[in-house]
Write a protein of this length. Sequence first.
Length: 68
Amino acid sequence: MLKDKREGTALAFKTFIGGGNRYLVFRSLEGSFHVFAEVEAKQAARDCGAAESANTRQMWESLWARDE
């Protein structure tokens, strides 16, 4: 048995700081919470397999293109 979904397009988000970390928290219409932790973008690109580059944008662009 399927339940009717709540209508609307709202997706609320806030940032919180705790324990020296910054968290981006999304709250859905259904009331569930999803949390993302901020990481250093260049290190994240390295962790995802990008070749070392002078700037972070180039590293992410190479990863983005690889996945298309």
